[in-house]
Design a protein around this ligand. Structure first.
Ligand SMILES: [Zn+2]
Ligand SMILES: [Zn+2]
Length: 1020
């Protein structure tokens, strides 16, 4: 049977998700149970209400009331003046404990029948209480005498419009004879017959884009409007999102396939820009805005925002036109763009996609001018904003390969085109693989071009902290140094998951002693790469020796610029090239490398560089996840970015273009200015309405169902355990009894096996390592389902272990019981882990930032409908606020993204970064210019005297590099002068114990940009 007959898989997924959610909520509330062995108050987390007496006694603040509330309700804004009348339906049950000699001694707790009472309410501004006797009688009638509850209606008339608060309160006594549990369960309030006006969410910038109406607010619950004028409380708040369509125009989408753009790009690019032009005129012209202004009742402030946005939209259109014009008129730009498309086409083969999304091509066109006008365009940081769409990495790669080909076509025969930085310590292997695949595609294209044959093969470098791959390999390792025979060598340092040329997974690692290289080899005889080791360099020193076309790495590695003279190759020219085959570029001489070659005991001679020195500077620096560069990490990086700029300007006279990606738009211009001293520019501009623009519009296919949970009365860990337990139980039911489950859920049984695979692994996500570890541990001990296999994926997880886990996720074991069932993950997961089999997630509290929420939840439901439980730490103010308008939080998440705290004027940070700046200048500029070796303080001391190096000049240079040379920075300047003066004094000190330049004065240069606590707040 083909998919076109019978039920499509997406529909089966959707039904399965609905069934899963129903079961999880039932587990939280106790639906459908008749008896229990344990106390229900220690088990259920939804629908329960503690008694008021108990809450009042224990409650010292709002916080504990939210943790185990005694009331639920709804807040309205009535449309008419008092008196108000309505009908309130109350639903609830109770649990009662039998005596020891009851009918079922092992399961003494039993659940009563449903209490369902319609209570007529009429109130004036004084409010009132209703239904107390009716409810008490009803509880007695179902077998729970002693329980009581009432409706309380309060009127708040101090708001601009009066507000009505209708609450069901559990008024039962905490203890009474015959009362075994004072909680109410499965509570629900439904209000009808009241005319209401919606609330307006508070005005925020560019609110013209948003629907700000909220029909009613829940109190300790969600509210749904089940029919016009009928409001019902809901224990969870569910929000469904839909997959985006990447084309939103009346015109048909031009063919943006790699093949078409490689063959003849101009006509389709013209169609694309014309369609955008038409859309922008239709939605953003003065006429269009006038019409919306009138129809939607905009305020003047909203109109001003709309006008400002329109100006940016038309500026973006102009940039795309300019980019198109360059592709049309500049042959080397057009050819670079075509080669790039051919290369991406090759690298995408076998991954089942062959075309760009329109916004990806839009970004490339908007940024491509930096090839033609590098100096001017370097003033702007182009940021891809990807909150609404996937495909960010491919977009980068498109730009990066275009630049690489352009470099080659214009005389840069070798060296680094781009240094791409990721903010985390551990770079995702999947992401690295995508870079390798793209470069392999580019290499295959390069080989076919006559004029590029004389240039170096395209290659990839991997530059991460020591936790990933070695800095260097030494013949006789000491301490934690690594030698050719160290444990785990060489297999432990495998970075690639498969051969980027032929996709074969049979890679072997090898250390070649003659070439002194740690190599990946493809063992496939038919591989199109026929030149031995794959062009991938994973040891820092090999990156310096071979200066690969693209270097990917972690941001913290930038610190090496202040410690490691061979880092010079990432900002400018090396010194020479070694005559020995495969030794590569050389740098300043040292005791262990007397001729400057980094291969131990090299006997080679030095030859001059194969191209002009100024071409060695990289054309691009990429920054992934820009929004994470905040607080102290952002402050430290801002200084190192300035240092990189300074060194490249001095060595090459050029400035790298910076391109970034970010999950947030809020405050990116300030952030970019602080970090890079450049102006910010974002692509794509947000559309005229939330969630909709020329580039994306939601379609009908379901993406993720977000379920907000405010746990009551039990711990968050308990709820997380129970939720995972319920999810695992459900999947096992599907595995063992597909007929019954499929019938119950309305699923075509032929999908059962697939559903077990794609919903069989749950993610439990914690923002802190502590949460993650606790979740992993407690699940092992608290579940009702046997044999749940849990794996952890955090920043602490070993490199090779991450690789194995990803592999197991992508290619699950044959038998379900052998598979991974739960992944306990930290933010490490939110970056570049793309596994189609991760479709359910339990989030332990809201992450610290909305950006993290958006990114993390994007890890599930990548291909199939996802299900995300967001367990709110409801005692926290922020979680409580978010729970209150969870639907808006999900649907308009980008607007809740908080501005990014960042400054470059922290004096505490300056104290940490200055040493690296001074040392880097010695290593990268002063020493090479001196034509002598200045590796020890004694050598430098003599040179400083001879050349007139002095504290005043050096301090002024440092202040200028860091942008702290303005009149308002006098304190910073003083701090710099003092430290530099001390550094010179220490340099002159004959008793100094310093062995290296980096040890002249304390503090020593930072070893990692993470030497500061990343999230500590920083002030000017
Ligand atoms: Zn291969
Ligand atoms: Zn050599």
């Amino acid at each position: 049977m083909s998919d076109s007959e019978g039920q499509p898989l997406t529909e089966a997924c959707d039904r399965f998700v609905t069934w899963l959610d129903r079961r999880v909520v039932a587990a939280g509330r106790g639906d459908g149970l008749d008896r229990l062995e344990v106390a229900p108050s220690g088990t259920f987390w939804l629908g329960r209400l503690a008694c008021e007496e108990e809450v009042r006694k224990g409650a010292t603040d709002d916080r504990s009331e939210r943790l185990d509330p005694c009331a639920i309700g709804i807040r309205f804004r009535p449309a008419e003046t008092s008196p108000w009348s309505m009908t309130v339906t109350v639903r609830a049950r109770a649990w009662v404990k039998d005596p020891k000699d009851g009918p079922d001694p092992d399961r003494r707790w039993w659940r009563t029948g449903l209490v369902e009472e319609k209570i007529p309410v009429v109130v004036d501004t004084a409010g009132g209480t209703f239904g107390a006797k009716q409810l008490r009688d009803a509880f007695a009638a179902v077998g729970a005498p002693g329980l009581s509850a009432e409706l309380r209606v309060e009127v708040e008339d101090w708001h601009r419009h009066p507000e009505l608060v209708v609450q069901l309160v559990n008024t039962s006594p905490e203890r009474a004879p015959g009362l075994t549990d004072s909680h109410l369960y499965e509570t629900q309030v439904e209000v009808s017959g009241l005319a209401t006006d919606p609330f307006q969410l508070e005005a925020l910038p560019d609110s013209f884009r948003y629907d700000r109406k909220v029909p009613a607010y829940g109190i300790n619950v969600g509210v749904e409007v089940v029919a016009p004028g009928v409001f019902r409380t809901n224990d969870t708040v569910s929000v469904q999102t839909f997959r985006p369509e990447y084309w939103n125009s009346d015109r048909s989408q031009p063919d943006l396939s790699f093949a078409r753009l490689a063959a003849d790009p101009v006509p389709v690019l013209t169609d694309l820009v014309d369609a955008l032009d038409e859309y922008d005129q239709k939605h953003w012209s003065a006429t269009a805005l006038n019409a919306r202004h009138a129809a939607d009742g905009w305020t003047d402030a909203m109109r001003t925002e709309a006008d400002r946005s329109a100006a940016e939209v038309f500026a973006e259109l102009a940039r795309l036109r300019a980019g198109l014009e360059l592709v049309r008129t500049r042959p080397e730009i057009r050819r670079s763009f075509q080669f790039m498309n051919e290369a991406i086409g090759l690298s995408a083969k076998g991954r089942n996609y062959h075309t760009w999304r329109a916004f990806q091509v839009g970004f490339l066109l908007s940024a491509i001018r930096f090839l033609a006008e590098p100096a001017e365009e370097a003033d702007h940081v182009d940021t891809v904003w990807f909150a609404t769409g996937g495909g960010k990495t491919e977009t980068y790669l498109g730009l990066l390969l275009t630049a690489a080909f352009f470099d080659r076509l214009t005389g840069k025969r070798t060296g680094v085109t781009a240094w791409s930085r990721f903010p985390l310590r551990l770079l995702s292997l999947q992401q690295t693989q995508r870079f390798a695949d793209a470069l392999a595609g580019a290499e295959l294209v390069r080989r076919e071009q006559e004029e590029l044959r004389g240039t170096a093969p395209f290659s990839l470098g991997f530059l991460v902290g020591q936790a990933g791959t070695p800095n260097k390999i030494v013949p006789k390792p000491e301490g934690d140094e690594i030698g050719p025979d160290s444990p785990g060598m060489p297999e432990k340092y495998r970075v690639l998951l498969r051969c980027p040329f032929c996709r074969d997974e049979r890679l072997t690692m090898k250390f070649d002693r003659k070439r002194w290289k740690l190599e990946h080899h493809c063992t496939n005889q038919a591989c199109p790469w026929k030149r031995g080791a794959l062009p991938v360099y994973v040891v820092d020193q090999e990156v310096f020796r071979f200066l690969p076309t693209v270097v990917v790495g972690t941001l913290d590695k930038a610190a090496s610029i202040g410690l490691q003279q061979a880092m010079r190759g990432l900002v400018g020219p090396p010194q020479k090239i070694c005559s020995e085959e495969w030794h590569g570029f050389t740098y300043s001489t040292r005791k262990k490398s007397p001729n400057g070659c980094l291969v131990p005991d090299c006997q080679g001679t030095l030859r001059s560089l194969p191209m002009a020195e100024e071409r060695f500077g990289p054309s691009l620096r990429l920054q992934d996840e820009l929004h994470l560069l905040r607080d102290s990490l952002g402050a430290v990086d801002s200084h190192y970015e300035s240092l990189l700029d300074h060194l490249q300007a001095k060595l090459c006279g050029t400035r790298a273009k910076i391109v970034a990606s970010s999950a947030t738009l809020t405050g990116y211009d300030h952030q970019v200015k602080t970090l890079y001293r450049r102006r910010g520019r974002v692509f794509p501009q947000p559309g005229p309405r939330a969630g909709e623009s020329f580039w994306t519009v939601p379609e009908d296919t379901k993406l993720r169902r977000f379920v907000a949970v405010a746990p009551r009365g039990v711990t968050l860990e308990h709820v997380s355990d129970r939720t995972l337990d319920a999810l695992q139980r459900c999947v096992r039911e599907m595995l063992n009894d597909p007929a019954t489950v499929c019938a119950e859920a309305g699923i075509d049984p032929r999908h059962a096996e697939k559903l077990v695979s794609i919903y069989g692994t749950d993610v439990v996500y914690g923002s802190t390592l502590y949460d993650v570890e606790a979740a992993g541990r407690s699940l092992g001990s608290n579940n009702t389902v046997d044999g749940i296999n849990v794996e952890q994926l955090t920043g602490q997880t070993d490199f090779d272990e991450v690789r194995d886990i990803l592999e197991r996720l992508e290619k699950p074991e044959e038998k379900f019981e052998d598979r991974i069932h739960v992944i306990a993950a930290s933010s490490m997961l939110s970056h570049g882990v793309d596994v189609d089999r991760l479709n359910t997630m339990v989030m332990l509290g809201l992450p610290l930032t909305t950006a993290e929420f958006i990114q993390t939840t994007a890890r599930v439901g990548r291909r199939y409908p996802g299900l995300v439980y967001v367990l709110h730490k409801i005692g926290r103010e922020r979680d409580a606020q978010t729970f209150r308008h969870f639907d808006k939080y999900v649907s308009q998440g980008d607007r809740f993204v908080d501005a990014i705290p960042i400054t470059r004027r922290s004096r505490r940070v300056l104290a940490l970064t200055m040493p690296g700046v001074v040392t880097a200048r010695v290593l990268m500029l002063i020493e090479p210019a001196s034509k002598q070796r200045l590796s020890t303080p004694a050598m430098l001391r003599q040179h400083a005297r001879d050349s007139g190096l002095n504290p005043a000049d050096e301090a002024a240079v440092v202040a200028a590099i860091l942008g702290l040379d303005g009149p308002e920075d006098s304190l910073h300047q003083q701090q710099i002068v003092e430290w530099v003066r001390q550094w010179f004094a220490d340099l002159e000190d004959p008793a100094s114990k310093a062995r290296f330049i980096s040890e002249i004065s304390e503090p020593f240069p930072m070893r990692s940009l993470r030497d500061v606590e990343a999230q500590a707040p920083i002030h000017d």
